[in-house]
Design a protein around this ligand. Structure first.
Ligand SMILES: CC(C)(COP(=O)(O)OP(=O)(O)OC[C@H]1O[C@@H](n2cnc3c(N)ncnc32)[C@H](O)[C@@H]1OP(=O)(O)O)[C@@H](O)C(=O)NCCC(=O)NCCS
Length: 186
């Protein structure tokens, strides 16, 4: 099983259907918190909905289309993240993420996204990582800003979340493969 230890209390693992019951319980507890920014809550009403979603993610991973990881904090599921899509032709990965509210405010997602960038560079040879956040979602926007992404622009009315249309702020990090390959003491 693909798993990476990020700190003493934090690890990420490739998402698999076996996580469905615990991930659904976290989703269900955080329905109101997540609904503010994520459009899929009404389609996730049972553990089986989460199981089907995770089974699809495994298939997409196998085809090289995406990478979905589950975040564990002290062995409890804290949230998920990943490359929602991998554009292998152009070497671009599109990151998405969410946490249960109890797990916010600790730097967990910033640490996970930093590791996803390294995975994108070393496993998928990405040359660019893209994160899109609704304009008003300041906590989400703070993650690429903290990690040195550039703000590339605004996409107007990019996403419908229930009855609202959101503009998206596009953040991108260009990865210089050659620079990363130089040893630190060279
Ligand atoms: C977006 C979301 C993941 C951000 O969560 P978050 O907890 O703010 O992000 P992080 O885990 O990176 O933690 C950063 C916070 O921890 C603090 N922190 C503590 N230790 C830290 C560390 N070592 N490194 C970075 N930040 C740290 C930061 O100061 C920040 O807190 P602040 O906002 O009070 O300043 C979360 O709000 C969420 O899931 N929202 C709902 C779903 C959503 O919007 N998804 C994104 C759609 S684009």
């Amino acid at each position: 099983m693909f798993s990476r230890v990020l700190t003493d209390s934090l690890r990420i693992s490739l998402s698999i259907p076996q996580y469905a019951d615990e991930l659904f319980a976290l989703t269900d507890r955080n329905r109101l918190f997540l609904r503010r920014w994520l459009p899929w809550l009404d389609g996730t009403m049972t553990p089986d909905d989460t199981r089907q979603f995770l089974a699809l993610q495994v298939q997409r991973f196998a085809r090289g289309e995406s990478l979905h990881v589950t975040i564990f904090s002290d062995d409890s599921i804290a949230g998920v993240a990943g490359f929602n899509s991998l554009d292998r032709i152009n070497g671009i990965g599109y990151i998405g993420y969410w946490l249960g509210e109890d797990f916010t405010g600790r730097g967990i997602m910033t640490t996970v996204v930093r590791d996803l960038i390294e995975i994108g560079r070393s496993y998928y040879s990405l040359q660019k990582v893209d994160i899109r956040c609704a304009t008003g979602n300041s906590r989400s926007r703070a993650i690429p800003e903290r990690l040195g992404f550039s703000h590339e622009g605004t996409l107007r009315r990019a996403e419908r979340v229930y009855d609202e249309w959101f503009d998206h702020e596009v953040y991108a990090l260009v990865i210089d493969q050659r620079e990363q390959d130089i040893p630190p003491n060279a």
